[in-house]
Write a new protein. Structure first.
Length: 165
C-alpha cells in the first residue's frame, strides 16, 4: 500500500500541541543552611585565697638618759614634777583595691570544607511502540519499532537527528 507522504506531512503540520508528552527530570539542588554545631561559654567566678605580704613597722621606745651635773641653782625649789612623753608606732593597715589583670573575649573563625552530597533523582523516559518508520520526528531510536527516545540535551555532541521531511 502506497502512502502519500505529502498528505501525511500536511496532517502533521496542521496538528496542534494536544498530541505531545512532556518528559521531566529531577535535578539535585544543593545549598546550605545555618545550624548550631556547638556551644562555648566563658564564665568567671570568685575564689578566696590567703595572701601574705611583709611590711616594716617602726615604733618609738623611750629610755632614760641621766646626765650628771654639779651646778648651783639659785631660786630652785624642791618639789614634785613629772615629764610625759607620747610614744608612737606604726601598725599595718590593709586596704583592698580592684585591679583589672586580663581581658577575655571570644573570636569565632570560619573554615570552609567541601562535602560530597549523594542522592537519587528520577528521570522520565519515553518509549515508542509501533511502526515509527514513516513520518516520525524524534531523536535517536526513531525509525525502529519499540525504540527508546533519548533526551537530545544529553547528546549535545551528536548532530540534530530530527526528521526534517
Amino acid at each position: 500500500m502506497d502512502v502519500d507522504t505529502t498528505q501525511r506531512a500536511a496532517v502533521d503540520i496542521d496538528r496542534t500541541g494536544d498530541d505531545t508528552i512532556t518528559r521531566s527530570e529531577e535535578e539535585l539542588a544543593v545549598g546550605t543552611r545555618r545550624v548550631e554545631t556547638g556551644r562555648l561559654r566563658v564564665r568567671k567566678w570568685v575564689e578566696t585565697e590567703p595572701v601574705q605580704a611583709e611590711v616594716t613597722l617602726e615604733r618609738e621606745s623611750a629610755h632614760i638618759v641621766r646626765e650628771p651635773i654639779n651646778e648651783v641653782v639659785s631660786g630652785a625649789t624642791i618639789g614634785e614634777d613629772s615629764i610625759e612623753v607620747t610614744l608612737e608606732g606604726e601598725e599595718a593597715v590593709v586596704d583592698k583595691r580592684v585591679v583589672a589583670k586580663e581581658r577575655i573575649g571570644v573570636d569565632v573563625d570560619r573554615e570552609a570544607t567541601t562535602q560530597t552530597v549523594s542522592d537519587t533523582v528520577r528521570k522520565e523516559r519515553v518509549e515508542v511502540e509501533g511502526d515509527t518508520t514513516t513520518g516520525t520526528t524524534g531523536t535517536s531510536g526513531a525509525g525502529r519499532s519499540g525504540g527508546l527516545i533519548d533526551n537530545p540535551l544529553d547528546n549535545r555532541d551528536e548532530p540534530d537527528l530530527l526528521d526534517r521531511r
